[in-house]
Design a protein around this ligand. Structure first.
Ligand SMILES: NC(=O)c1ccc[n+]([C@@H]2O[C@H](COP(=O)([O-])OP(=O)(O)OC[C@H]3O[C@@H](n4cnc5c(N)ncnc54)[C@H](O)[C@@H]3O)[C@@H](O)[C@H]2O)c1
Ligand SMILES: O=P(O)(O)OC[C@H](O)CO
Length: 295
């Protein structure tokens, strides 16, 4: 399969490594990189299959400024909800490409472990199951692919788990113990499903690799950038310092802002996401947030 990965951050490079096992793959990013098969934007857009690893908050602008529809089939690899509009990624990408040429990859997948070819299982979701199957069939042998057609469920799961991961990092950073973290993750899963059902997601999707699987992973490991944001908040650091020290994308931060906006507009009860928003945006004391969540 002739593919191009667009975006050469940690996840773009990991997916480039993975798909390169059995396919003809090139990679492009706005910043030239010393990567084998690094190509120009035009050469990348010429490929039949694209993997889009641009972070969620930058997708719309990038597509407006650089994308040319040449009939490509696209695998969306970012996880997040656009802060400025509350739009899910499928709502953005479908403004440029018909939904039957769009698929979304989600599930428990630290880029560093995918880069090391460690065993991984992921979901590929599309309203066009044949397309999901095509991408799944071209994953390397160390990644087991599962296909599904609940695009909204997969997107909400992938985005929301990042916000719960921030809360989990706060919980561990405050030394509240395993019971508290387990309670938080469990209630976070319920909250994700409640939010997703508002937009037509299937409840069982939140029990899948893209839901519970990714949530368990991200909310329990320092490999998660979002979890590390929570650790920083628990230490009393301000967001500017946290993100500067992180030096990488933490999609849970802008997604928490998006969830707050949506919750206000649609009157959805999102207690954990709202406390993460209060800590991130209003500098609320994490101890107070925990008290209010347990209250
Ligand atoms: N890193 C992981 O383990 C992992 C795993 C699964 C999914 N993801 C998702 O993949 C997406 C990308 O994350 P990442 O881990 O590669 O992040 P990263 O911080 O490693 O890289 C972000 C990349 O985005 C680029 N970028 C920044 N601003 C941009 C802009 N305005 N236009 C175009 N490109 C811009 C940067 O140059 C950088 O290459 C995120 O949505 C993330 O949630 C990450
Ligand atoms: O480092 P995070 O928190 O963005 O998580 C990376 C992946 O989404 C884990 O599946």
């Amino acid at each position: 399969m002739k593919m191009a990965v667009i975006g050469a951050g940690k996840w773009g490079q990991a997916l480039y490594h993975a798909f390169s096992q059995d396919n003809d793959v090139v990679i492009y990013s706005r910043t030239p990189r010393e990567i084998e098969h690094f190509v120009s934007l035009d050469e990348a857009l010429e490929r039949e299959y694209l993997v889009m690893a641009i972070p969620a908050q930058f997708v719309r602008k990038w597509m407006e400024e650089h994308f040319e529809d040449r009939g490509q089939k696209i695998l969306v690899a970012a996880k997040g909800i656009e802060t400025s509009t509350g739009a899910f990624l499928n709502e953005i990408y479908t403004q440029f490409v018909p939904e039957d040429r769009l698929a979304y990859i989600s599930g428990p997948s630290f880029a560093t472990e995918v880069q090391q070819s460690l065993p991984t299982a992921l979901m590929i979701s599309s309203t066009n199951l044949a397309l999901a199957e095509t991408f799944s069939a071209h994953l390397p042998s160390y990644i087991k692919g599962y296909v599904d057609d609940d695009v909204v469920g997969a997107e909400v799961s992938g985005a929301y788990k990042n916000v719960i991961a921030i809360a989990s990092g706060v919980c561990d950073g405050l030394g509240l113990g395993n019971n508290a973290r387990a309670a938080l993750i469990s209630r976070g899963l319920v909250e994700m499903a409640r939010f997703g059902s508002t937009f037509g997601a299937r409840t069982e999707t939140f029990l899948s690799l893209g839901g519970a699987g990714d949530l368990f992973l991200t909310a329990s490991s320092k490999l998660s950038r979002n979890y590390r944001v929570g650790l920083g908040l628990a230490e009393g650091k301000d967001m500017e310092t946290i993100l500067e020290e992180l030096g990488e994308v933490a999609e849970g931060v802008p997604t928490a802002r998006a969830l707050h906006k949506i919750a206000q507009e649609k009157k959805i009860y999102l207690p954990i996401a709202e406390e993460v928003y209060a800590m991130i945006e209003e500098g609320k004391d994490p101890h107070e947030s925990v008290h209010d969540l347990l209250g």
